[in-house]
Ligand binder design. Structure first.
Ligand SMILES: Cc1cc2nc3c(=O)[nH]c(=O)nc-3n(C[C@H](O)[C@H](O)[C@H](O)COP(=O)(O)OP(=O)(O)OC[C@H]3O[C@@H](n4cnc5c(N)ncnc54)[C@H](O)[C@@H]3O)c2cc1C
Length: 392
């Protein structure tokens, strides 16, 4: 594990203070009210977080994935919804950084870095989620433009964002089907509107919407990378960062759930002593802490591998799978330790319990994650000793 530099420590400490002082005291109340956090968006702009993964030459902070993952952990200790606002936007920006034309980078990245342009990625459709190749949104070439028609489902930042990467079919007959998929950078305007906002179990405050494309016309210069048929690869590059982010979110939520459980267990008495002195509670706390630590280390290992410029889809997939299942378990154990009070809206643990399941679904469900992991193992490490072969 690499040592953090002064600069990395500095930014993580700043975000930790912000979360502790400004976010934590109000997060549950505002989440219950499904209150969009305009003020926190402004604060995150001030910290430069909308440019976290955008290179400095385009006005961003140019952070590495490891620092970014640690920042996400810190924010999730306060309120996971804030990281949705940030991360979907940064996946979009990352796709432009890694796949965009020079003109697209110069035009979009500086304004994405300030947060003037904010948004995310539109992949999922009402009839196509895990099976990305089954999307039906069509982009048809018309002179120097494309005309887009279709619906996109569950889009994070869908209501309050203004700019999105939209995944479409440019060649519905292509074989294999993914060669017919292309990505466009789209700004809201005539023909690109919000169809509905989606009410959710948790992860409230951040907007999740269905978006409608109805004869939406866009210049061909907005085709990501300037080449048709590359959209599926663009998604894959973005998902690697997305999965490390989801793993970091899960670690952040689980960390705070554990912190709350440890505090409560020392305060609450039954049978003449703090419940922390009952062995059943101690075993639960020990298992929770061990799982949180393991998930944290897996997340950082995946991020560090990515920062070394290596493919990290296997490690990112494993970190996301392990951390999200861990978070689900730790959040319910934290609630269990709080007894009846944990089931009330007065306690933050009920929020962690409602936020946790999103991580087993987002950025590819855990069932899909297992398929990705197995495919990677079989194709890249046929001996089975992937720890040795991937250079630890
Ligand atoms: C709050 C929230 C925010 C989101 N934000 C975004 C966003 O910003 N942009 C975006 O594009 N999408 C977003 N999504 C969508 C999310 O990525 C999808 O919900 C997810 O990919 C699953 O797709 P689905 O819901 O259509 O489920 P389905 O694909 O229909 O899957 C249903 C079930 O079948 C399982 N399954 C499917 N195929 C297989 C298989 N081959 N083998 C085994 N099991 C399988 C799945 O694991 C799941 O359990 C968001 C979703 C939520 C809930």
């Amino acid at each position: 594990m690499t040592q953090l530099t002064e600069a990395q420590r500095g930014i993580i400490t700043t975000i930790r203070d912000f979360v502790q002082k400004e976010v934590m005291p109000v997060a549950s109340e505002r989440e219950h009210a499904d209150d969009y956090p305009f003020d926190f968006v402004e604060r995150m702009k001030e910290f430069g977080l909308f440019g976290a993964l955008i290179p400095e030459e385009y006005g961003g902070l140019g952070l590495d994935t490891t620092t970014y993952a640690l920042i996400i952990e810190e924010i999730c200790r306060g309120w996971m919804s804030l990281t949705g606002i940030l991360n979907s936007h940064l996946i979009m920006a990352y796709m432009v950084v890694t796949n965009g034309t020079q003109e697209q980078k110069e035009h979009y990245l500086p304004r994405m870095a300030t947060g003037e342009l904010r948004g995310g990625v539109c992949i999922t459709e009402p009839e196509a989620g895990s099976d990305v190749q089954a999307i039906q949104t069509r982009a048809v070439k018309d002179g120097d433009d494309y005309v887009i028609n279709g619906r996109k489902m569950f889009v994070t930042n869908g209501r309050h964002g203004n700019t999105f990467i939209v995944i479409t079919k440019t060649d519905p007959d292509a074989q294999p089907a993914h060669r017919g998929i292309s990505a466009f950078i789209c700004q809201k305007g005539p023909g690109f509107t919000v169809a509905q906002d989606i009410d959710k179990l948790g992860y409230k405050g951040v907007d999740t919407s269905e978006l409608l494309f109805d004869d939406y016309r866009i210049s061909a210069s907005n085709l990501v990378g300037g080449e048709e048929g590359r959209g599926f690869y663009h998604i894959m590059s973005g998902l690697e960062v997305g999965r490390i982010n989801v793993a970091a979110r899960a670690v952040g939520v689980a960390r705070i759930a554990l912190e709350r459980a440890i505090k409560y267990a020392q305060k609450r008495h039954t049978f003449g002593k703090p419940i922390a002195e009952h062995q059943a509670i101690q075993i639960m706390l020990a298992n929770m802490a061990t799982q949180v630590e393991a998930a944290h280390l897996m997340t950082i290992r995946a991020a560090e591998k990515k920062d070394r410029g290596e493919r990290a889809d296997l490690e990112a997939g494993m970190a996301k799978l392990f951390a999200s299942e861990m978070c689900l378990q730790v959040s319910i154990d934290a609630m269990r330790i709080h007894g009846g009070y944990g089931y009330t809206k007065d306690m933050d643990v009920e929020r962690y319990y409602r936020d946790a399941p999103l991580m087993i679904i987002g950025e590819g469900t855990n069932e899909i994650q297992q398929i990705v992991i197995a495919r990677n193992l079989l194709s890249n490490y046929p001996s089975g000793d992937f720890l040795y072969e991937s250079g630890l």
